[in-house]
Design a binder for this molecule. Structure first.
Ligand code: SF4
Length: 301
């Protein structure tokens, strides 16, 4: 493994490439990345990347966002089949139908959506800035796609807005039950429960803290407590154990694993670096339309 990692590091320099990885990636992939982050942090890094090639270790919509924000770069997705089931739950037609029905509403898409969906939405958001983004919009009515749970989390914090929710969900976070949370609390008494707002409302309501992946990480870094129950994808636990080994982290459920995020290994990263295959290619018009949606979010955040 270390041999492959060394080859990747060498090749990355030779090809003037940068490797970006999501916190949910396998730890071996996180270790060869130049930057590990959540959707917002990764979008920012991609936008500012100076290298010729961006190897994006994540899922398809993230690599698409990198291409939209920095279209002159070659963006490579190591495993093209790594998608996001939640992003696939909403289509451009769904958004257009909602806009027809609610012409006064602003259309907000979670960044976990396709470029086509972004192309017809007014603004994107991530789980770390969703409340701020929606609060900053002049519209009272808000179409929010695709995540029903993040939508309900934001709606709960902005009662002055009228939310027109959608039915999408993240299969990894949505299936976590109150029972699992209570069992984790019983097994680790006193440890705060930190969950992602992609979990159902009854789960986030019982947690000590709900926030984006980065906000969960920051909570553990800033807290005096030594033990935490983590209610998001288990790659975050791997990341935390690596950067802050003196503290203890318990994943809330062994089911907190995103199969798509785990498709990428070192072999796949090395392969795209060598061959430059699996490039993200998009129509210029689509890049243009989706760019507005993403950059409005970056400006507001
Ligand atoms: S964890 Fe959920 S939202 Fe994130 S990529 Fe996997 S399925 Fe999509």
């Amino acid at each position: 493994m270390e041999h492959i990692a060394d080859t990747i590091r060498k090749l990355k320099k030779e090809k003037n490439a940068v490797i970006l990885a999501h916190y949910y990636q396998n730890l071996e992939v996180q270790k060869v990345a130049d930057y590990v982050g959540d959707s917002f942090g990764l979008a920012k890094e991609a936008m500012e990347a100076k290298e010729d090639i961006i190897v994006f270790c994540g899922v398809h919509f993230m690599a698409e966002s990198a291409k939209i924000l920095n279209p002159d770069k070659k963006v490579l997705l190591p495993v093209p089949s790594a998608g996001c089931p939640m992003a696939d739950m909403v289509t451009r037609q769904d958004v257009l139908a909602l806009k027809d029905r609610y012409p006064q509403a602003a259309a907000v898409c979670y960044v976990n959506s396709s470029a086509e969906v972004k192309g017809v939405c007014d603004i994107a958001c991530t789980s770390s800035n969703a409340v701020k983004v929606v609060a900053g919009l002049p519209n009272r009515q808000i179409i929010f796609v695709p995540d029903q749970n993040l939508g309900s989390y934001v709606a709960g914090r902005l009662p002055e807005k009228e939310f027109i929710p959608f039915t999408g969900f993240c299969p990894t976070h949505h299936r976590i039950t109150v029972q699992e949370l209570l069992e984790a609390k019983k097994a680790h008494p006193g440890a705060p429960v930190l969950v992602h707002p992609e979990c159902e409302k009854q789960v986030t309501d019982l947690a000590d803290f709900a926030g984006s992946t980065k906000q969960i990480i920051d909570y553990t870094l800033e807290s005096d407590q030594k033990e935490f129950i983590i209610g998001t994808e288990m790659g975050v636990v791997d990341y935390l154990k690596d950067i802050q080994p003196e503290k203890t982290y318990h994943v809330m459920s062994q089911r907190l694993i995103c199969p798509d995020m785990k498709k990428t290994g070192l072999e796949e990263v090395l392969h795209v670096l060598r061959t430059e295959e699996n490039e993200v290619v998009m129509e210029p018009q689509l890049i243009h339309d989706a760019y507005q949606c993403l950059t409005r979010m970056m400006e507001l955040s």
